[in-house]
Design a binder for this molecule. Sequence first.
Ligand SMILES: [Zn+2]
Length: 135
Amino acid sequence: MKYTQAELEAFLDEALSPSEMSEIEAELRSDQELGIQLRAIHGRRDAGVHSLGEIWRRHRVSCPNREQLGSFLLGVLEDDHADYIRFHVDVVGCRLCSANIADMELRQKEAAESAQTRRTKYFQSSAGYVRKSLD
Ligand SMILES: [Zn+2]
């Protein structure tokens, strides 16, 4: 199977990226199997049966917390977990997590810059001290 259940559900929710959406739409024209799969998911929904993935997405239970996103950004998560977050953000296209990640990247950058500024100030003041002691 080319697409996972979660991807097809995200497709029905129009929660995929525009390029993913059009890829699946194009695929649908040639792939009967895919159409059957989508109709099955759609039919279950009409009957009020929701998969866990769907319920999670609706209630944002599947969103990693900020600590997990932070570890993800630092690249210290296990592969499985990092893959999940990548899927959640890139494929499902969770806006909340994308915003969180953008915010954290900005903070990390600012923190790195202010550490740099501190080092520069320290260097300047010790250079000044060295100069004074040479006078
Ligand atoms: Zn999320």
